[in-house]
Design a protein around this ligand. Sequence first.
Ligand code: DQA
Length: 137
Amino acid sequence: KKLMIINGPNLNLLGKREPNIYGSLSFTEFLEEVVSKYPDAEIDYFQSNIEGELIDKLHEVGFSYDGIILNAAAYTHTSIGIGDAVKAIETPVVEVHISNTFNREEFRHQSFISPNARGVILGFGLQSYELAIQSFL
Ligand code: DQA
């Protein structure tokens, strides 16, 4: 299975950013572990802080990959454009969040991704990504 993990804004700072919420492991450290754990999956990774680049990546992989794991971070709650892109592509998208966005601020309770996602996994720390990978295998 060919899978793509797409991370949105500020997730390049994982490990350094609010470690009480997001943990102290960097995403690349985590990814190395996960990639070696699932040798049958081909797992690609893309991160951007720029909304349009996230949309471009969804278009690029969204007609050929078997699955997309998307943490659009803050854009989850604001971006109709990313929501529309998820709707426009053929590859199923699993929305993930590290934190449980429902026990945080009210503005994090809305998602423009969820209505068009195959499923949503949130609140399990970085393990949310691993559960999403498993959902495609
Ligand atoms: C997040 C939750 C978002 O509300 C926040 O803006 C993020 C990270 C998460 O993974 O918990 O940047 O998507």
